[in-house]
Structures are given as C-alpha cells and as structure tokens.
Design a protein around this ligand. Structure first.
Ligand code: IPE
Ligand code: IPE
Ligand code: MG
Length: 267
C-alpha cells in the first residue's frame, strides 16, 4: 500500500467528500482479469496478479475517503468449478497476498473480515485468514470484507439451516421470523446493506453475489476490466452514485431528509 496520495488525488477525494452522501458500504464484483490477460496474450493468472494491484489501490482509496465497508467478491462458490490449475493458482495468490498485505492493512487501521464457506478453503488459506482477521480485529477505519467461496444462495441456504435448527431447539419461534431476524442468520449480519454495487468488465449480472442484501442497492457497471480499475474509476462510480435519488419504493417527497433511515417511516 502506498504511503500517501498525491495532492491531485487528495483534491479529488476532497471534492467527493464535500458533496456529502458518500456510500457507507461499497461492494465490488471484481471481474475481467482473464480478459485483461487475454488481450495481452498473457496467461489468465497474469490478470489475477495485476488484479491484486487494483485491490490495493481501491482499498487504500476507500480508507482515505472514509468509506466504512468495502466488500470484494474474490472467489465464488461456482468458481471452484473452473479448471483445477486456475483454482489452485488463485488460492496460492490469495495465500501470498494475505501473507504480504496483512501488516500493511494493520498499519492502516483496516479490519479484515470474511464472508463465505470458510471450511471449504485450503487449510493454509484458512490459517492465514484466521491470523489476519485476528490481528486486525480491533482496527476501526475501514472494514474490508472478502467474499471467498461465497455465493448469495449459499448464504441464504446456510441461514435457513440454522433457523430450522434454532426452531427445532426452541430457540426461535416461526412467528418471530421477519426480515430483521432473517438478516441475523446471514454471514453479512454485522454489516449494513451495500449502498453501491460496482461490477467491472461490463457484464449486466449479479453472478450470485449478495442476493438478499442488494434489494435496494444502487448498481454501477463499467466496461473497465478489473486490473485497469484504479481509484479514478472508483471516484467516477461514487460521483455517479452521489447524483442518484434512492427511493426505496416510495415517492420523492417522502424521501427528503430521511436518506437511509427511510425504513423507519411509519406505514
Ligand atoms: C475475476 O476475473 C476473478 C475471479 C472470478 C476469480 P475472471 O477470472 O472472471 O475474468 P474473466 O471474466 O474471465 O475476464
Ligand atoms: C463473479 O465473476 C465472481 C467473482 C468476481 C469472484 P465470474 O466471472 O465468476 O462471473 P460470471 O461467470 O461471468 O457470471
Ligand atoms: Mg469473469
């Protein structure tokens, strides 16, 4: 992670901050590493390595902007079905990145979190993750949430299973289940819902990312491939977000002054 940003960059960040209404939680589907490499006649892994540089830059920029939560889709449940070589390269890259970046995250007061099927990850990755999560657990600046071996459907299913056993064990009654209770069983229970979801590389789909949580999230899709997605691209996405009117199913007049607290409005 770079030590400090340039004056020009600080000015761009100041401008965004002055506008107010920064997203509290940004989620990103980091797509296009393979295409980036293919365009250059390189193996797919070269795209993944270059993608790590984008992760560094985006994490740093989010921390500097004061974004509270950043969720990165790094490896999906379905990605396990890619060619074995690619899966193992991705796991190695993840392991190496965790090893080299944890200290820097810690120095920058960034807290690492994880959502997804932890047990399905290789043991070395599990251990490294545990260490990084533990080391940074008291950090207070940015929550960096890695979605690993994650899918929205996986999360909803594991929640349903836990709910069923809590009902069977009389810890929960069926009549108590509402959206708030359900949310508590998701792996994202401690995080607010994303305000802005960015997808790089132009695909107009959510690919099994945060299905429950993005009900009212603003979507932003850019053609830029993930390895080319650096802080200036992030600022464009945030600027776009800042111009939008979020309505949560209501009419404009009701929204004024309420912002994200709109769900507290009486019916
Ligand atoms: C995103 O890039 C990284 C992962 C899904 C792990 P891709 O590897 O999906 O790149 P494309 O979509 O093939 O270009
Ligand atoms: C989504 O990208 C998953 C991650 C970015 C980790 P994919 O490349 O797997 O999605 P599809 O296959 O294009 O839908
Ligand atoms: Mg892809």
């Amino acid at each position: 992670m770079k030590k400090s940003n340039s004056t020009e960059d600080q000015k761009l960040q100041e401008k965004l901050k002055l506008k107010g209404n920064l997203p509290k939680h940004i989620a990103i589907i980091m797509d296009g590493n393979g295409r980036w490499a293919k365009k250059r006649g390189l193996p797919r892994v070269a795209g993944h390595s270059e993608g790590v540089k984008s992760v560094r830059d985006i994490v740093e920029a989010c921390a500097q902007l004061g974004i509270e939560y950043l969720t990165l889709f790094a490896f999906s449940t379905e990605n396990w079905r890619r060619p074995r070589e690619e899966v193992s390269t991705l796991m190695k890259l993840l392991l190496r990145t965790l090893k080299t970046e944890t200290d820097e995250l810690h120095k920058n007061n960034i807290r690492l979190r994880m959502i997804g099927d932890f047990e399905s990850l290789p043991e070395e990755v599990q251990n490294q993750l545990k260490e990084a999560i533990k080391k940074t657990e008291n950090n207070t600046r940015l929550n960096l949430i890695l979605a690993l071996s994650y899918s929205g459907r996986w999360d909803i299913l594991q929640a349903v299973k836990k709910i069923s056993s809590d009902i069977a064990n009389k810890k929960l009654r069926k009549s108590e289940i509402d959206e708030n209770i359900f949310k508590k069983y998701l792996s994202t229970s401690e995080f607010p819902e994303p305000d802005l979801l960015i997808r790089t590389s132009g695909e107009m789909r959510v690919s099994n990312f945060l299905l429950w949580e993005i009900a009212y999230t603003e979507l932003y899709v850019t053609e830029t491939l993930w390895p080319d997605f650096r802080r200036k691209e992030l600022y464009k996405a945030i600027e776009d977000y800042q111009k939008r009117e979020r309505k949560f199913g209501l009419v404009s007049e009701q929204i004024k002054g309420y912002g994200r607290n709109v769900f507290t409005l009486k019916r």
